[in-house]
Ligand binder design. Structure first.
Ligand SMILES: CC(C)(COP(=O)(O)OP(=O)(O)OC[C@H]1O[C@@H](n2cnc3c(N)ncnc32)[C@H](O)[C@@H]1OP(=O)(O)O)[C@@H](O)C(=O)NCCC(=O)NCCS
Length: 173
C-alpha cells in the first residue's frame, strides 16, 4: 500500500531501511517517550520490518515516511480486531522535525483510514510530557479525552498518559 501527499510517500518499510530505522530509534531524544530503549540495534530494526505483513489485517503496521527517497520517519497504525477503529503513532528522525512532515503524513493516513477504508474512530495516546506529540494531535483535530495519572510504568518511572480520539464525522467536518 502506497500513499502520497504533497511532499511525502507513505510506503511499507523495505529490508534495506533497517539501518535508517535503527539510527533514528537509537536517538535518545526520539526514544524518550517511546516503548523501545536506545540504542536500537539494526537487527531489531530488521525484525520489526520482517514481522510486518499486511496493513489490512488487525495489529500494528509501521509505514515508512519517505521524502524524496529518504526515510524521515514512520506512521504506525494499530488496526483493531473489529477493523472499524485503530490507534495511530508517529515518529520523525530529529533532523527532519520542524518541517510539518509528521502533520502531513498523519493527515494523509487519517484520510486513508477514514475516507478510503471507512474506519469509524482513530485513537492516540502519548506521555503527558510529550508536548510536540500532543500539539500535533490537537493540530489535526484530535480531542483530548483523558489524562491517566501515573498509569504507565516505563523506563523505571511512572508516567502520565494523555488519551486522544477522532471520529470519522469530526475528520470529515
Ligand atoms: C512527535 C513528532 C513526530 C512531532 O514532530 P514535529 O516536527 O513537531 O511535527 P511536524 O513534522 O508536523 O512539524 C510541525 C512543526 O513544523 C513547523 N513547520 C515548518 N515548516 C512547515 C510546513 N511547511 N508545513 C507545516 N509545518 C511546518 C510547524 O510550525 C511546527 O512547528 P511548531 O510546533 O514549532 O509550531 C516528533 O517530535 C517526534 O518524532 N518525537 C519523537 C517520537 C515521539 O515521541 N513520537 C510520538 C509518540 S506518542
Amino acid at each position: 500500500m502506497i500513499l502520497t501527499s504533497a511532499r511525502l510517500t507513505l510506503r511499507p518499510f523495505r529490508a534495506e531501511d533497517a539501518r535508517v530505522l535503527a539510527d533514528y530509534r537509537s536517538d535518545p531524544d526520539v526514544a524518550r517517550y517511546q516503548g523501545w530503549e536506545a540504542p536500537f540495534p539494526v537487527e531489531a530494526a530488521a525484525s520489526v520490518i520482517a514481522e510486518m505483513t499486511d496493513p489490512a489485517e488487525p495489529g500494528w503496521f509501521q509505514h515508512a515516511v519517505d521524502f524524496d527517497g529518504t526515510v524521515v520517519g514512520d506512521v504506525g497504525v494499530g488496526l483493531h480486531e473489529n477493523r472499524m477503529q485503530a490507534e495511530i503513532g508517529f515518529t520523525l528522525a530529529t533532523a527532519h522535525q520542524g518541517h510539518g512532515y509528521a502533520t502531513e503524513a498523519v493527515q494523509r493516513m487519517l484520510r486513508h483510514l477514514f475516507v478510503e477504508r471507512g474506519l469509524h474512530r482513530v485513537s492516540a495516546e502519548c506521555d503527558a510530557r510529550n508536548v510536540r506529540s500532543a500539539k500535533l494531535l490537537r493540530r489535526l483535530g484530535f480531542r483530548q479525552e483523558g489524562h491517566r495519572v501515573e498509569h504507565t510504568w516505563i523506563k523505571s518511572e511512572w508516567t502520565d498518559d494523555l488519551l486522544f480520539g477522532l471520529l470519522t464525522k469530526e475528520f470529515r467536518a
